[in-house]
Design a protein around this ligand. Structure first.
Ligand code: ZN
Length: 641
C-alpha cells in the first residue's frame, strides 16, 4: 500500500482557536521497531540540515533515525529490495505532478496496511530552498522555504504521524508566512510516544547497567608515603524502581572488607569512600545490581603530605572479546592498561600495540588466573618507540576481557576508556554533545588544551564534523575529519591555540556511529601538565544529574549546553546527603550556548556539601560535572533520569 502525504504552503494565515490539549493524528501505520535509516546525499547545506532534523526527533522521542550518507531514490520500488528510505529534490512526484502549493511529499509503503517498510521524501524544486530558524519566509528569508523544518515535518510522516491542525504542531497541514514552529512540539512528541513509546521521553542512558566491571581498584600507602584512595559513586536513574546492589573487591580487601551491599530506592545514590592506610594494594571490582544503575570509581592520588595530586574518574568497562584503548605517549605521557579476568577460568589475553599507520609494533600474551587483574605500563609489556601513539588492542583467548587505559603525565593521570571492537557499544553514536570546550591562555600564563579522540567502531565508513559553539580556535569553528574506514581512529591535537582563554561547547556529527571523547589538559605557564581529564559526550536528557562532593577541599563545576535552536530555561537544584533540597536557581540559555560555573557560584552551599545536582528544563540539557581540587580536576559524568 502506498500513501502520499502532502505538506503545503499557504501564504496568508487564518488564525484558529487552539483548544484540545493533546490531539496528534496517527496514520495507523508504524514501523515494527522505533528506528530506521534515512539515505541522504544531497550536498551542502542540505545533508547537515537533514541530520539536524532527524536529531530533533531523536532527542525528544524513543524513535531513532540514523543517517546513511548515500544517495537513494525515494521513488524506488519496495518490491525490488533492498528497501531504503531515500530523499531527493524533484520537479515531479515520482512522475506525477506535485500539487499547486506542495512543498514536499513523503511516500510510505506498508505491508498489511499497518507495518511501514519503506518511506521516501521528495522536496519540490519549484521552491527556493534555504536553511534557517525563525519566522517562515520573512525579511531576509522572504520567498525562501526552510528545508530543515520541512524535513522535520516529513520525518513525522515517515514515523507514521498524520496532519494535526487543532494544536500547535510541526505536523500542521500547512506552514504560513511568519510561522515559528521548527521542531516537534509536545503534541508531536506525544504522538510518537503513543505509537512507539513506553512513555520514555528520551533514549535510555547508554551507560546504565546491571553489571559493572572496574578493571583496577587501588588502596593504601606506597613506600614514599604517597597514597591512593577510591570512592564509589552510584546513582539509580529510575525514579521509581529500586535496585539492590553488591559491590565486590577481588585481589584486595579494605579494612578487612571485600563485599558491600546497598539498596537504592528510586533516584537513590551513594558517594562511598572505600579506603584505608594499609600498604598499597590493588585488584579489581564488580558491581552487580537488580536494576540498571550508573556507576563510577573516583580514583585519587595524594602526596605523603596529604595534598591531592591527581584524580581520575574510572568508568566500568563492559566485557568484550576484543577491546582497544588509544595509547598516546607523546608530550611525556605514558599509557598504562588494566585488564580484568572476571571469570572462573584461567584466560590468555593477547596485547598488541599498533602505531599511527596501523603497523603492528609488538605483541605479548599473558594468562590471568580466575578473578584476577593485570595492571602495567604498556611499555613494560611491549617495547615501544619513542613518542609512540596508536592503538593498544586486547583480545581474549576465551571468554571476555574488561579493559581500561590510564594515561600518566608526571603525577597527573586520567582514564582512557576502552572501545569495544567485537560489537557496537551503546555509547557509540552518530551525534555527540560535549557541554564544555576550552582553549587558550589565562592571565597568569597557564593554559588549556583540548584533544579530540574518535574511533570508528562501526562496520561502515564515513566522515565526521566537529563544530564549536561560543568560540573559535585559530579562526575556525567547523572541523572536518575522515574518511574513517571501519576500525580506524584519530587523535586530533590541532584544535588548540594560545589565544586568550575562551570556552563554549562542541558537537561531533558523523556519518557512522563512533566512540568519541575529549581529553582536556591544563598546563602551567612553564608548560608542565598539571591535570588532565577525559570528557565524555553527554546525551541530551529530560532530567540530568551529577553527584557533587565538595568535601576534601574539592569544588564541583557544572557545564550545561543548550544544543538546540530555541532558548531554553534550566533549573539547577542541589540536594544534600539526606535528600533535603539545599537550593535552586534558574538560568535561561540562548540557542546553541552553554553555561559553565562552579555550583557554589550558582547556589549557596553549606560547607562540605555532597549530594545530587539535578538539571531540568524545557529543552533537553546536556550536562557534565568537573570536580576541582586545587589544580587537579576530573570529570563527573551525567546520569540521565
Ligand atoms: Zn505533511
Amino acid at each position: 500500500m502506498r500513501k502520499l502525504v502532502l505538506f503545503v504552503l499557504i501564504l496568508a494565515s487564518a488564525a484558529s482557536v487552539l483548544q484540545p490539549a493533546l490531539a496528534y493524528v496517527l496514520t495507523g501505520a508504524k514501523w515494527s521497531s522505533p528506528a530506521t535509516s534515512m539515505y541522504v546525499s544531497l550536498g551542502a547545506p542540505w545533508d547537515d540540515a537533514f541530520i539536524t532534523a532527524m536529531n530533533r526527533w531523536n532527542q525528544s522521542t524513543p524513535f531513532q533515525f540514523t543517517y546513511a550518507p548515500q544517495s537513494w531514490d525515494p521513488c524506488s520500488n519496495p518490491n525490488n529490495p533492498p528497501r531504503h528510505n531515500g530523499v531527493k529534490f524533484s520537479d515531479t512526484l515520482c512522475g506525477d505532478s506535485f500539487g499547486n502549493s506542495t512543498l514536499a511529499v513523503t511516500e510510505t509503503w506498508t505491508m498489511g496496511g499497518s507495518t511501514i517498510v519503506q518511506a521516501g521524501i521528495l522536496f519540490n524544486t519549484k521552491y527556493t530552498w534555504d536553511v534557517y530558524d525563525g519566522p517562515w519566509s520573512t525579511s531576509t528569508y522572504a520567498g525562501k522555504s526552510d528545508f530543515r523544518r520541512v524535513a522535520v515535518h516529513e520525518l513525522g510522516h515517515v514515523m507514521g504521524l498524520d496532519h494535526e491542525d487543532s494544536v500547535p504542531a510541526i505536523m500542521a497541514t500547512a506552514v504560513s508566512t511568519g510561522g515559528v514552529i521548527v521542531a516537534p512540539t509536545s503534541d508531536d512528541i506525544a504522538g510518537i510516544n503513543a505509537m512507539y513509546g513506553s512513555g520514555t521521553p528520551v533514549p535510555g542512558s547508554p551507560t546504565a547497567n546491571t553489571y559493572h566491571v572496574f578493571p583496577q581498584f587501588a588502596d593504601g600507602r606506597a613506600g614514599d608515603g604517597s597514597y591512593y584512595r577510591t570512592t564509589l559513586m552510584v546513582s539509580n536513574p529510575s525514579s521509581s524502581a529500586a535496585s539492590n546492589c553488591t559491590f565486590q573487591l577481588y585481589g584486595l580487601t579494605v579494612n578487612g572488607q571485600g563485599t558491600y551491599t546497598f539498596t537504592f530506592a528510586g533516584s537513590g545514590w551513594t558517594i562511598l569512600p572505600i579506603n584505608s592506610d594499609q600498604t598499597l594494594q590493588s585488584g579489581y571490582a564488580t558491581l552487580q545490581c537488580s536494576a540498571p544503575v550508573e556507576a563510577q570509581l573516583l580514583y585519587s592520588f595524594y602526596s605523603a603530605a596529604g595534598t591531592k595530586v591527581s584524580e581520575a574518574t574510572v568508568f566500568s568497562s563492559p566485557p568484550a572479546g576484543m577491546l582497544q584503548v588509544l595509547g598516546d605517549n607523546r608530550g611525556g605521557s605514558q599509557i598504562a592498561i588494566a585488564i580484568a579476568n572476571d571469570s572462573n577460568a584461567a584466560t590468555p589475553y593477547t596485547i598488541t600495540a599498533f602505531d599511527n599507520a596501523g603497523n603492528q609494533v609488538g605483541s605479548v600474551t599473558r594468562t590471568l588466573s580466575p578473578r584476577t587483574n593485570l595492571a602495567a605500563f604498556v611499555s613494560e609489556l611491549i617495547s615501544l618507540p619513542a613518542n609512540y601513539y596508536g592503538q593498544v588492542v586486547v583480545t581474549s583467548g576465551g571468554g571476555t576481557a574488561s579493559l581500561i587505559g590510564i594515561r600518566f603525565t608526571g603525577a597527573a593521570f586520567t582514564t582512557i576508556p576502552a572501545v569495544n571492537r567485537s560489537a557496537l557499544a551503546p555509547t557509540a553514536s552518530t551525534y555527540h554533545v560535549f557541554p564544555q570546550f576550552a582553549d587558550g591562555r589565562a592571565g597568569d600564563g597557564s593554559y588549556y588544551r583540548t584533544t579530540v579522540m574518535i574511533v570508528n567502531s562501526s562496520s561502515s565508513s564515513g566522515s565526521c564534523t566537529l563544530r564549536l559553539y561560543g568560540l573559535t580556535v585559530n579562526g575556525s569553528n567547523v572541523f572536518n575529519y575522515g574518511t574513517f574506514s571501519p576500525g580506524t581512529w584519530t587523535i586530533i591535537t590541532s584544535i588548540s591555540s594560545m589565544q586568550n582563554l575562551t570556552s563554549g561547547y562542541a558537537t561531533l556529527r558523523c556519518g557512522m556511529p563512533v566512540e568519541a571523547q575529549l581529553l582536556y589538559s591544563f598546563y602551567l605557564a612553564s608548560g608542565t601538565k598539571i591535570s588532565e581529564a577525559t570528557v565524555f559526550s553527554s546525551p541530551p536528557s529530560g532530567t540530568a544529574q551529577v553527584l557533587a562532593d565538595n568535601r576534601d577541599g574539592s569544588s564541583l563545576a557544572i557545564a550545561v549546553a543548550n544544543d538546540s535552536d530555541q532558548s531554553a530555561t534550566y533549573t539547577i537544584t542541589a540536594y544534600g546527603s539526606s535528600g533535603d533540597r539545599v537550593g535552586a536557581v534558574s538560568r535561561t540559555l540562548s540557542a546553541r550556548t552553554n553555561l559553565a560555573a562552579f555550583l557554589s557560584d550558582l547556589i549557596s552551599l553549606p560547607p562540605n556539601h555532597y549530594g545530587p545536582v539535578v538539571v531540568t528544563g524545557n529543552g533537553a540539557p546536556s550536562l557534565i560535572g568537573i570536580r576541582f581540587t586545587g589544580g587537579a580536576f576530573t570529570t563527573i559524568p551525567e546520569t540521565m533520569r
